[in-house]
Design a protein around this ligand. Structure first.
Ligand SMILES: [Fe+2]
Length: 318
């Protein structure tokens, strides 16, 4: 039986929010969020939510395709990532069946069709590298669910191992060349969708940096009168965190690097957002919940073995 952890997040108000250029005028009680979570299901309750709604968060699916001929020009760069993610390489977390990450994504999208979330959020590393056929295949799979989706990239979405070049340039290159349809006309670097009076926000931090215009965008979101649910690929290094991931085979690894000045500014803004209902990330492939200074960050387990996070937004009891 899955152990359930219950905890309560009370947004920090007052002195911590000493930024006069942003205003948020709701009552303190309206900024209280009740969180309840297991590995696969998370509930966030808040006051004055007009209608309950649900989001299916999928991250780190790392899908590849066998015999992907569009890969030929890039085969040297993609070989390693393709081989570790083909059929027979993974065990489904629930059934223990030997599967491929693509099988797992198909199964998760079948669950989506059954449970009918209002929205899918693809949180990065869905494709293992930006092959033309792969991106087209995923686009069709998402379209076939009939469920609206938001896409934000992970480092693997635009990444061919060993391809030389600056990360920022590689991200731009492969977004423009391959990934663009997945964003459905929205800005790949950030997105804001007001859904039933909740602001669903994405910020692409997959290069471990934050751009000036992403900072400006986030400030604009802070000024809007809606609770914010923030999706990023790389977990934010919240105050007090010293270690981000632990894998049995590799032992403890250093904290996620977020040392560029804009990433520090971004984290400060996020931690000072009174209406922040929660942060959702991926990247480290393990279920983890961190509470720091009244803010909560969830890391969703890897989609490559069939895991996901189903997030339910509801209203607190009156
Ligand atoms: Fe990943």
């Amino acid at each position: 039986m899955i152990r359930r952890d219950f905890f309560r997040n009370i947004a920090v108000l007052g002195a911590a929010f000493a930024m006069p250029s942003f205003t948020f005028n709701r009552q303190k009680e309206e900024l209280e969020f009740i969180h309840s979570s297991s590995e696969l299901d998370t509930a966030i309750l808040m006051k004055r939510l007009d209608q309950p709604f649900t989001i299916l968060h999928i991250a780190d699916s790392h899908v590849s395709l066998e015999g992907d001929e569009t890969e030929e020009p890039y085969v040297t760069w993609s070989k390693y990532m393709r081989e570790i993610n083909l059929p027979g390489t993974h065990k489904h977390f629930k059934t223990s069946a030997i599967v491929s990450p693509m099988d797992c994504l198909e199964m998760t999208l079948e669950i989506a069709k059954e449970r009918k979330p209002d929205l899918l959020v693809l949180g990065g590393d869905i494709v293992n590298y930006p092959s033309e056929l792969l991106v087209k295949t995923v686009f069709k799979m998402l379209t076939d669910t009939g469920i609206p989706w938001i896409y934000t990239a992970g480092n693997h979405d635009w990444y061919y191992p060993d391809e030389p070049g600056d990360k920022e340039e590689l991200r731009q290159k492969w977004i423009e060349k391959r990934l663009l349809p997945l964003y459905q006309g929205t800005d790949p670097m950030f997105n804001s969708l007001i859904w039933k009076n909740v602001n669903i926000v994405t910020v692409d931090n997959s290069t471990n940096t934050i751009l000036d215009r992403q900072l400006d965008f986030y400030k604009q979101q802070m000024a809007k009168p809606y609770p914010i649910v923030l999706f990023v690929h790389i977990p934010l290094r919240m105050p007090g965190m010293t270690m981000m991931r632990r894998r049995p085979e590799s032992g403890d690894t250093p904290p996620v690097r977020q040392e560029d000045p804009n990433s520090v500014k971004f984290l400060d803004l996020v931690m000072q957002t009174p209406q922040l209902a929660g942060i959702f990330a991926g990247h480290t492939h393990e279920n983890r919940v961190t509470v720091s200074k009244g803010k909560i960050q969830y890391v969703t387990s890897q989609g490559a073995d069939g895991r996901y996070r189903f997030i339910r937004f509801g209203q607190t009891e009156k």
